[in-house]
Design a protein around this ligand. Structure first.
Ligand code: SF4
Length: 455
């Protein structure tokens, strides 16, 4: 049996890709191993978002290569660093056999098998035997692919976690000046609606109760429906909500100026659509938003939130922030703090700006001193923490719906799940309730989690 070890870096999209790669390789007779020291194949599914992303991958490759002194496994690098570095990976790490972008990972079985034969890990005859009833992929190699073909080559999931992820759209046309995604994931493309519905139908049959729709700009989803008409995120969600076993639906990531009235209306009427909207604003100053090439103003952002809350008063907002973007003044930063006080976000990610290779912002004048960035981040985090804390405390006494997914690692009398707002909720209950959705009365709250009892 051929063993592969798969290491995933980065975002939810990469986690999704990795789960599909596991399905694909398992279908092709390869077995996943958690043991990084004893695999025939090492795959790194890489991310280019963080600073020094490529350096980290080269260092990881070097570390893994050292583990295999006498053996010669197949190394494959896929994902965003693969796309950004391309041929350079073969030059700097000549032991790597395969470099593939995220759009092409469905080619892995064919390419891995070739590499396994070259390295004499398997024999040609064994491969012919395995191939008799496997997908024909060779004609796709070296052709230009749109990125959607991979979905036709992926096998159906045989089982699913309660919380499942489904990619509906990929790539981005927005070109924020700090971001590498349009270069690494390419331009926006949407999957056909039926292909997504088929995947969801299967997932809810094999265990999923919560479906998370993924896209870099999920609001721009516009895949074709079965009559050849353009669909939309709202239309797609309405169809997914009809599957009986699907109890919860989420979607990520939203782009404020693409958020449609159709989606706002859907939040008012569709109970399966969870009332937490993840709406990255990045900065509170119009000047900074303009320099970031974010295509909305603070006023438009606030107006959108008002519309959402008018449609459904239960809606809460989470967001992302970047502080210390080039030329950000203290006044600009105060505008960010002001937005936090107004919106009262319930969960947020906040980062210091750091330049990414080959982006417009990397070359901008007015880079901010690290000390100032750190100070602003600290002050922002204090405000964000206050609003998260206040929201958590406001949950005490409420009855919330919780999907339980785990038994506590520290005390197996407790089980853990997530409520409508993705807050972790802990209750003392039988482990057999893991996998179910229960009503929980919240009895206490801290910054990190809520505790309560099932009613
Ligand atoms: S919207 Fe901006 S930040 Fe988001 S993926 Fe596209 S370019 Fe990057």
């Amino acid at each position: 049996m051929v063993l592969f070890h798969l290491k995933t870096f980065g975002c939810q999209m990469n986690v999704y890709d990795s789960s599909r790669i596991v399905d694909l390789l398992s279908e092709n007779g390869m077995d996943l191993t958690e043991d990084e020291t004893n695999a025939d194949i090492i795959i790194l599914n890489t991310c280019y978002i963080r600073e020094k992303a490529s350096a980290k991958i080269f260092s990881e490759l070097g570390r893994l290569k050292k583990l295999y002194k006498d053996k010669n496994p197949v190394f494959a690098v896929i994902g965003c660093v693969a796309k950004a570095e391309g041929e350079n990976i073969f030059k700097r790490a000549p032991f790597v056999s395969i470099v593939l972008s995220s759009q092409k990972y469905h080619l892995l079985p064919e390419l891995l098998n070739k590499a396994l034969i070259e390295k004499k890990i398997i024999k040609e005859e064994e491969l012919q035997e395995k191939k008799k009833n496997k997908t024909k992929l060779s004609h796709l190699i070296n052709t230009e692919l749109s990125g959607l073909e991979k979905f036709d080559c992926l096998p159906k999931q045989k089982n699913s976690e309660k919380v499942a992820f489904v990619q509906v759209q990929e790539g981005c046309n927005k070109f924020c000046t700090y971001c590498v995604v349009p270069n690494t994931r390419g331009r926006e493309i949407s999957r056909d609606e039926q292909s997504i519905l088929d995947e969801v139908e299967n997932l809810q049959k094999v265990g999923a109760v919560e479906i998370n729709l993924l896209g870099q700009n999920v609001d721009c989803y516009n895949g074709l429906d079965k009559d050849g008409n353009k669909s939309s995120l709202a239309k797609l969600i309405k169809k997914i909500a009809k599957f009986e076993n699907v109890k919860r639906i989420r979607y990520t990531t939203s782009y404020p100026s693409e958020f449609s009235d159709e989606m706002i209306e859907l939040h008012a009427i569709e109970p399966k659509l969870m009332p937490l909207v993840y709406l990255p604003i990045q900065a509170g100053s119009n000047e900074v938003l303009h320099k970031m090439n974010r295509r909305y103003t603070r006023e438009q952002y606030l107006e959108l939130i008002e519309k959402l809350k008018n449609a459904n008063p239960n809606i809460q907002i989470s967001s992302d922030f970047i502080v210390g973007f080039p030329n950000e003044t203290e006044e600009d930063f105060q505008q960010t703090l002001d937005i936090v006080k107004r919106v009262k976000f319930i969960q947020c990610y906040a980062f210091k700006y750091s330049p990414r290779p080959n982006t417009v912002a990397q070359k901008m004048d007015g880079q901010i001193d690290l000390k100032i960035k750190s100070d602003r981040l600290k002050r922002l985090q204090v405000e964000l923490r206050k609003s998260q804390d206040a929201f958590n405390k406001s949950c005490v006494g409420r009855v919330m719906s919780v999907l339980f997914t785990d038994v506590s690692k520290t005390d197996n009398q407790y089980i853990i799940g997530k409520n409508e707002y993705l807050q972790p909720v802990i209750v003392k209950a039988d482990a057999k309730l893991v996998g179910t959705i229960q009503n929980v009365e919240i009895e206490s709250a801290s910054y990190a989690n809520l505790k309560g009892k099932i009613i």
